[in-house]
Design a protein around this ligand. Structure first.
Ligand SMILES: [Zn+2]
Ligand SMILES: [Zn+2]
Length: 367
Protein backbone atom coordinates (compact mmCIF):
# COMPACT_ATOMS: atom_id res chain seq x y z
CA UNK A 1 0.00 0.00 0.00
CA UNK A 2 2.85 2.34 0.80
CA UNK A 3 3.87 2.49 -2.82
CA UNK A 4 0.44 3.62 -4.01
CA UNK A 5 0.75 7.01 -5.61
CA UNK A 6 -1.86 9.75 -5.86
CA UNK A 7 -1.99 13.00 -7.82
CA UNK A 8 -1.91 16.36 -6.03
CA UNK A 9 -5.60 16.73 -6.90
CA UNK A 10 -6.39 13.57 -4.95
CA UNK A 11 -4.72 14.94 -1.81
CA UNK A 12 -6.09 18.45 -2.34
CA UNK A 13 -9.67 17.14 -2.57
CA UNK A 14 -9.25 15.44 0.83
CA UNK A 15 -7.60 18.45 2.48
CA UNK A 16 -9.92 21.20 1.22
CA UNK A 17 -12.85 20.31 3.56
CA UNK A 18 -10.51 20.91 6.53
CA UNK A 19 -9.32 24.34 5.37
CA UNK A 20 -11.07 27.69 5.86
CA UNK A 21 -12.13 29.49 2.66
CA UNK A 22 -9.84 32.48 3.27
CA UNK A 23 -6.70 30.41 2.57
CA UNK A 24 -7.58 30.45 -1.13
CA UNK A 25 -7.63 34.25 -1.30
CA UNK A 26 -4.63 36.20 -2.64
CA UNK A 27 -2.53 38.03 -0.02
CA UNK A 28 -1.40 41.43 -1.39
CA UNK A 29 0.18 42.30 2.00
CA UNK A 30 3.08 40.02 0.98
CA UNK A 31 4.20 42.90 -1.25
CA UNK A 32 5.26 44.87 1.85
CA UNK A 33 8.13 42.40 2.33
CA UNK A 34 9.06 42.88 -1.32
CA UNK A 35 9.01 46.65 -0.88
CA UNK A 36 11.38 46.35 2.08
CA UNK A 37 13.73 44.19 -0.01
CA UNK A 38 13.54 46.69 -2.90
CA UNK A 39 14.57 49.56 -0.60
CA UNK A 40 17.49 47.50 0.73
CA UNK A 41 18.62 46.50 -2.79
CA UNK A 42 18.41 50.03 -4.21
CA UNK A 43 20.05 51.56 -1.13
CA UNK A 44 22.81 48.93 -1.08
CA UNK A 45 23.66 49.33 -4.76
CA UNK A 46 23.67 53.15 -4.45
CA UNK A 47 25.89 53.01 -1.33
CA UNK A 48 28.44 50.72 -3.02
CA UNK A 49 28.38 52.81 -6.21
CA UNK A 50 28.62 56.31 -4.76
CA UNK A 51 30.67 56.04 -1.59
CA UNK A 52 34.21 54.88 -1.44
CA UNK A 53 33.51 52.16 1.11
CA UNK A 54 36.24 49.93 2.52
CA UNK A 55 36.41 46.25 1.53
CA UNK A 56 34.66 44.86 4.61
CA UNK A 57 31.76 47.29 4.48
CA UNK A 58 31.26 46.61 0.76
CA UNK A 59 31.45 42.85 1.39
CA UNK A 60 28.91 43.14 4.24
CA UNK A 61 26.46 45.09 2.05
CA UNK A 62 27.06 42.56 -0.71
CA UNK A 63 25.96 39.69 1.55
CA UNK A 64 22.80 41.61 2.52
CA UNK A 65 22.15 42.23 -1.19
CA UNK A 66 22.57 38.49 -1.89
CA UNK A 67 20.00 37.58 0.77
CA UNK A 68 17.66 40.25 -0.62
CA UNK A 69 18.05 39.04 -4.22
CA UNK A 70 17.07 35.54 -3.01
CA UNK A 71 14.17 36.88 -0.90
CA UNK A 72 12.82 38.76 -3.89
CA UNK A 73 13.12 35.57 -5.97
CA UNK A 74 10.98 33.65 -3.45
CA UNK A 75 8.40 36.44 -3.50
CA UNK A 76 8.50 36.47 -7.33
CA UNK A 77 7.72 32.75 -7.23
CA UNK A 78 4.53 33.22 -5.23
CA UNK A 79 3.51 36.34 -7.17
CA UNK A 80 3.76 34.44 -10.47
CA UNK A 81 1.65 31.61 -9.02
CA UNK A 82 -1.06 34.27 -8.71
CA UNK A 83 -1.27 34.06 -4.91
CA UNK A 84 -0.49 37.71 -4.20
CA UNK A 85 -2.55 39.58 -6.80
CA UNK A 86 -5.02 38.08 -9.28
CA UNK A 87 -4.87 40.53 -12.21
CA UNK A 88 -2.57 38.97 -14.81
CA UNK A 89 -0.91 42.17 -16.03
CA UNK A 90 -0.13 43.25 -12.45
CA UNK A 91 1.04 39.76 -11.51
CA UNK A 92 3.47 39.79 -14.46
CA UNK A 93 4.80 43.29 -13.73
CA UNK A 94 5.36 42.59 -10.04
CA UNK A 95 6.84 39.17 -10.86
CA UNK A 96 9.21 40.77 -13.37
CA UNK A 97 10.42 43.27 -10.73
CA UNK A 98 10.86 40.57 -8.08
CA UNK A 99 12.77 38.31 -10.49
CA UNK A 100 14.89 41.19 -11.88
CA UNK A 101 17.96 40.35 -9.74
CA UNK A 102 17.85 36.75 -10.98
CA UNK A 103 17.13 37.90 -14.57
CA UNK A 104 14.25 35.49 -15.19
CA UNK A 105 11.29 36.85 -17.17
CA UNK A 106 7.73 36.17 -15.93
CA UNK A 107 6.52 34.46 -19.14
CA UNK A 108 9.48 32.07 -19.17
CA UNK A 109 9.14 31.37 -15.43
CA UNK A 110 5.41 30.57 -15.70
CA UNK A 111 6.08 28.15 -18.58
CA UNK A 112 9.16 26.54 -17.02
CA UNK A 113 8.01 26.42 -13.40
CA UNK A 114 4.20 26.58 -13.18
CA UNK A 115 3.40 24.55 -16.28
CA UNK A 116 6.29 22.13 -16.72
CA UNK A 117 7.81 21.68 -13.24
CA UNK A 118 4.51 21.66 -11.32
CA UNK A 119 2.68 19.77 -14.06
CA UNK A 120 5.27 17.00 -14.38
CA UNK A 121 7.22 16.96 -11.11
CA UNK A 122 9.95 14.30 -11.02
CA UNK A 123 8.95 12.94 -14.42
CA UNK A 124 12.20 11.74 -15.95
CA UNK A 125 11.44 13.24 -19.37
CA UNK A 126 9.13 16.19 -18.75
CA UNK A 127 10.22 17.88 -15.50
CA UNK A 128 12.84 20.47 -16.54
CA UNK A 129 14.20 20.46 -12.97
CA UNK A 130 14.49 16.69 -12.51
CA UNK A 131 17.99 15.32 -12.19
CA UNK A 132 19.24 12.97 -14.86
CA UNK A 133 18.77 9.21 -14.94
CA UNK A 134 21.38 6.54 -15.55
CA UNK A 135 19.93 5.89 -19.02
CA UNK A 136 20.19 9.59 -19.93
CA UNK A 137 23.75 9.69 -18.59
CA UNK A 138 24.80 6.75 -20.72
CA UNK A 139 23.76 8.69 -23.85
CA UNK A 140 25.80 11.81 -22.96
CA UNK A 141 29.58 11.47 -23.42
CA UNK A 142 30.44 14.81 -21.73
CA UNK A 143 28.42 14.00 -18.61
CA UNK A 144 29.89 10.50 -18.59
CA UNK A 145 33.34 12.08 -18.43
CA UNK A 146 32.28 14.40 -15.58
CA UNK A 147 30.95 11.43 -13.62
CA UNK A 148 34.38 9.77 -13.85
CA UNK A 149 35.59 12.33 -11.29
CA UNK A 150 35.68 10.69 -7.83
CA UNK A 151 32.41 11.03 -5.88
CA UNK A 152 33.89 13.10 -3.02
CA UNK A 153 35.44 15.63 -5.43
CA UNK A 154 32.15 15.77 -7.35
CA UNK A 155 30.28 16.54 -4.12
CA UNK A 156 32.54 19.56 -3.50
CA UNK A 157 32.05 20.84 -7.06
CA UNK A 158 28.34 20.04 -6.85
CA UNK A 159 28.03 22.31 -3.83
CA UNK A 160 30.16 25.09 -5.29
CA UNK A 161 28.11 24.97 -8.49
CA UNK A 162 24.96 25.84 -6.50
CA UNK A 163 26.34 29.41 -6.60
CA UNK A 164 25.81 29.60 -10.37
CA UNK A 165 23.25 26.91 -11.19
CA UNK A 166 20.07 29.00 -11.06
CA UNK A 167 21.44 31.55 -13.53
CA UNK A 168 22.79 28.89 -15.89
CA UNK A 169 19.59 26.81 -15.67
CA UNK A 170 17.44 29.89 -16.28
CA UNK A 171 19.50 30.69 -19.38
CA UNK A 172 19.10 27.08 -20.55
CA UNK A 173 15.33 27.20 -19.96
CA UNK A 174 15.12 30.29 -22.17
CA UNK A 175 16.85 28.37 -24.99
CA UNK A 176 14.70 25.26 -24.44
CA UNK A 177 11.26 26.92 -24.22
CA UNK A 178 11.59 30.03 -26.43
CA UNK A 179 10.42 28.11 -29.50
CA UNK A 180 7.36 26.80 -27.61
CA UNK A 181 5.88 30.31 -27.31
CA UNK A 182 3.50 31.43 -30.06
CA UNK A 183 5.25 33.73 -32.55
CA UNK A 184 3.25 36.79 -31.42
CA UNK A 185 4.36 36.25 -27.81
CA UNK A 186 8.05 35.71 -28.58
CA UNK A 187 9.06 39.42 -28.74
CA UNK A 188 7.69 39.85 -25.17
CA UNK A 189 9.56 36.76 -23.93
CA UNK A 190 12.75 38.00 -25.61
CA UNK A 191 12.39 41.47 -24.06
CA UNK A 192 11.80 39.96 -20.61
CA UNK A 193 15.09 38.14 -21.08
CA UNK A 194 17.08 41.06 -22.51
CA UNK A 195 15.93 43.89 -20.22
CA UNK A 196 17.24 42.46 -16.91
CA UNK A 197 20.59 41.52 -18.47
CA UNK A 198 20.89 44.98 -20.10
CA UNK A 199 20.29 46.60 -16.70
CA UNK A 200 22.96 44.54 -14.93
CA UNK A 201 25.52 44.81 -17.74
CA UNK A 202 24.70 48.54 -18.08
CA UNK A 203 25.36 48.93 -14.35
CA UNK A 204 28.85 47.50 -14.91
CA UNK A 205 29.68 50.36 -17.28
CA UNK A 206 28.15 52.99 -15.01
CA UNK A 207 29.78 52.02 -11.71
CA UNK A 208 32.95 50.18 -12.85
CA UNK A 209 34.05 46.59 -12.39
CA UNK A 210 35.28 46.90 -8.77
CA UNK A 211 31.96 48.23 -7.50
CA UNK A 212 29.95 45.94 -9.78
CA UNK A 213 31.46 42.85 -8.15
CA UNK A 214 30.05 43.94 -4.76
CA UNK A 215 26.82 45.47 -6.07
CA UNK A 216 25.81 42.63 -8.40
CA UNK A 217 28.14 39.71 -9.03
CA UNK A 218 28.77 38.58 -5.45
CA UNK A 219 25.09 39.08 -4.44
CA UNK A 220 24.05 37.07 -7.51
CA UNK A 221 26.31 34.16 -6.47
CA UNK A 222 24.96 34.26 -2.90
CA UNK A 223 21.35 34.41 -4.12
CA UNK A 224 22.00 31.50 -6.49
CA UNK A 225 23.37 29.47 -3.59
CA UNK A 226 20.40 30.21 -1.31
CA UNK A 227 17.74 29.61 -3.97
CA UNK A 228 19.45 26.46 -5.24
CA UNK A 229 19.89 25.05 -1.72
CA UNK A 230 16.11 24.91 -1.52
CA UNK A 231 15.56 23.78 -5.11
CA UNK A 232 18.15 21.00 -4.71
CA UNK A 233 16.60 19.70 -1.48
CA UNK A 234 12.98 20.08 -2.72
CA UNK A 235 13.04 16.97 -4.91
CA UNK A 236 16.51 15.54 -5.43
CA UNK A 237 16.42 13.11 -2.52
CA UNK A 238 13.01 11.85 -3.69
CA UNK A 239 12.38 9.23 -6.38
CA UNK A 240 11.35 9.90 -9.96
CA UNK A 241 7.68 8.94 -10.12
CA UNK A 242 5.18 7.77 -12.75
CA UNK A 243 2.36 9.72 -10.99
CA UNK A 244 2.85 13.33 -9.88
CA UNK A 245 2.45 12.59 -6.16
CA UNK A 246 3.78 15.49 -4.05
CA UNK A 247 4.05 13.36 -0.92
CA UNK A 248 6.29 10.92 -2.77
CA UNK A 249 8.24 13.32 -4.97
CA UNK A 250 8.75 16.35 -2.71
CA UNK A 251 10.48 17.15 0.56
CA UNK A 252 9.60 19.96 2.95
CA UNK A 253 12.66 21.21 4.80
CA UNK A 254 12.52 22.96 8.15
CA UNK A 255 14.42 26.15 8.93
CA UNK A 256 14.32 28.58 11.87
CA UNK A 257 11.19 30.75 11.93
CA UNK A 258 13.10 33.94 11.02
CA UNK A 259 14.48 32.21 7.90
CA UNK A 260 10.92 31.28 6.88
CA UNK A 261 9.98 34.95 7.29
CA UNK A 262 12.90 36.09 5.11
CA UNK A 263 12.19 33.40 2.51
CA UNK A 264 8.38 33.67 2.41
CA UNK A 265 7.83 30.06 3.66
CA UNK A 266 9.57 28.56 0.64
CA UNK A 267 10.62 25.63 2.88
CA UNK A 268 7.07 24.21 2.74
CA UNK A 269 7.58 22.61 -0.65
CA UNK A 270 5.31 19.55 -0.41
CA UNK A 271 2.50 21.84 0.72
CA UNK A 272 3.33 24.12 -2.22
CA UNK A 273 3.02 21.28 -4.74
CA UNK A 274 -0.35 20.34 -3.24
CA UNK A 275 -1.66 23.90 -3.40
CA UNK A 276 0.48 26.02 -5.77
CA UNK A 277 -2.41 28.50 -6.04
CA UNK A 278 -2.54 29.06 -2.26
CA UNK A 279 -0.43 31.75 -0.66
CA UNK A 280 2.50 30.20 1.29
CA UNK A 281 1.39 32.18 4.34
CA UNK A 282 -1.11 29.36 4.95
CA UNK A 283 1.22 26.39 4.41
CA UNK A 284 1.87 25.77 8.14
CA UNK A 285 -1.85 25.01 8.45
CA UNK A 286 -1.76 22.65 5.45
CA UNK A 287 1.28 20.91 6.96
CA UNK A 288 -0.63 20.28 10.18
CA UNK A 289 -3.41 18.51 8.29
CA UNK A 290 -1.07 16.48 6.04
CA UNK A 291 0.81 15.24 9.10
CA UNK A 292 -2.48 14.19 10.65
CA UNK A 293 -3.79 12.42 7.54
CA UNK A 294 -0.71 10.85 5.93
CA UNK A 295 2.10 10.94 8.49
CA UNK A 296 3.82 7.88 7.00
CA UNK A 297 3.98 9.40 3.52
CA UNK A 298 5.10 12.92 4.40
CA UNK A 299 8.81 13.78 4.13
CA UNK A 300 10.26 16.51 6.30
CA UNK A 301 13.73 17.19 7.68
CA UNK A 302 15.91 20.10 8.75
CA UNK A 303 17.54 21.95 5.85
CA UNK A 304 21.06 21.12 7.09
CA UNK A 305 20.23 17.41 7.19
CA UNK A 306 18.84 17.49 3.64
CA UNK A 307 21.99 19.29 2.45
CA UNK A 308 24.14 16.67 4.20
CA UNK A 309 22.13 13.89 2.53
CA UNK A 310 22.67 15.57 -0.85
CA UNK A 311 26.39 15.67 -0.12
CA UNK A 312 26.45 11.97 0.73
CA UNK A 313 24.41 10.69 -2.25
CA UNK A 314 25.20 10.73 -5.99
CA UNK A 315 22.91 12.67 -8.37
CA UNK A 316 22.06 10.07 -11.01
CA UNK A 317 18.76 8.20 -10.82
CA UNK A 318 18.80 4.45 -11.27
CA UNK A 319 15.49 2.84 -12.25
CA UNK A 320 13.57 5.83 -10.85
CA UNK A 321 13.72 5.16 -7.13
CA UNK A 322 17.41 4.78 -6.46
CA UNK A 323 20.52 6.85 -6.98
CA UNK A 324 23.70 5.47 -8.48
CA UNK A 325 27.31 6.46 -8.45
CA UNK A 326 28.01 5.43 -12.05
CA UNK A 327 31.76 4.99 -11.63
CA UNK A 328 31.71 2.78 -8.54
CA UNK A 329 28.28 1.32 -9.39
CA UNK A 330 27.10 1.95 -5.83
CA UNK A 331 23.34 2.23 -5.31
CA UNK A 332 21.64 4.50 -2.75
CA UNK A 333 17.97 4.59 -1.74
CA UNK A 334 15.70 7.64 -2.10
CA UNK A 335 13.19 9.08 0.40
CA UNK A 336 10.26 6.79 1.04
CA UNK A 337 12.19 3.99 -0.66
CA UNK A 338 14.57 3.20 2.17
CA UNK A 339 16.85 6.26 2.43
CA UNK A 340 17.58 7.03 6.06
CA UNK A 341 19.19 10.49 6.23
CA UNK A 342 20.66 9.57 9.63
CA UNK A 343 22.35 6.48 8.26
CA UNK A 344 23.12 6.75 4.56
CA UNK A 345 24.37 3.48 3.13
CA UNK A 346 25.19 2.26 -0.34
CA UNK A 347 25.09 -1.16 -1.89
CA UNK A 348 27.08 -2.61 -4.77
CA UNK A 349 24.89 -2.75 -7.90
CA UNK A 350 25.58 -6.44 -8.41
CA UNK A 351 23.86 -7.14 -5.06
CA UNK A 352 20.78 -5.00 -5.71
CA UNK A 353 17.44 -6.09 -4.33
CA UNK A 354 15.13 -7.89 -6.74
CA UNK A 355 11.85 -7.49 -4.89
CA UNK A 356 10.97 -3.87 -5.53
CA UNK A 357 7.22 -3.52 -6.23
CA UNK A 358 7.66 0.12 -7.30
CA UNK A 359 9.76 -0.97 -10.26
CA UNK A 360 7.21 -3.39 -11.58
CA UNK A 361 4.61 -0.88 -12.68
CA UNK A 362 2.45 -1.00 -9.56
CA UNK A 363 0.97 2.47 -9.79
CA UNK A 364 -1.47 4.00 -7.36
CA UNK A 365 -4.95 5.24 -7.95
CA UNK A 366 -3.94 8.61 -9.34
CA UNK A 367 -6.71 10.57 -11.00
ZN1 LIG B 1 9.11 21.91 -6.87
ZN1 LIG C 1 6.00 26.80 -7.50
Amino acid sequence: MKNDLHTFGWYAARLIPHLPKKVFQPVPARLLGGLAYLFIVTGGIIAISLFDLNFWLSAGISVILGFSFAGLGFLGHEILHGTVVRKHWLRDWLGAIAFLPLSTGPSLWIKWHNVEHHGHTQDEERDPDAWLSHDQLKKNPILKLIYRIPFSVRSVFGFLSLAVTFTIHSFRMFLVYFKDFKSQKRPKVLLEFLIPWSIWIGLLFIIGFGNWIFAYLLPLLIANFIVMSYIATNHRLNPLVPVNDPLANSLSVTVPKWVDVLHFNFSYHTEHHLFPGMNPKYYPLVKKHIKKMWPERYHEMPMWKAMYALWKTPRVYYQKDRLIDPEEEHLYDTLGRGLDPDDIRSQKKSKEKQDNPFLHGKKGMGN
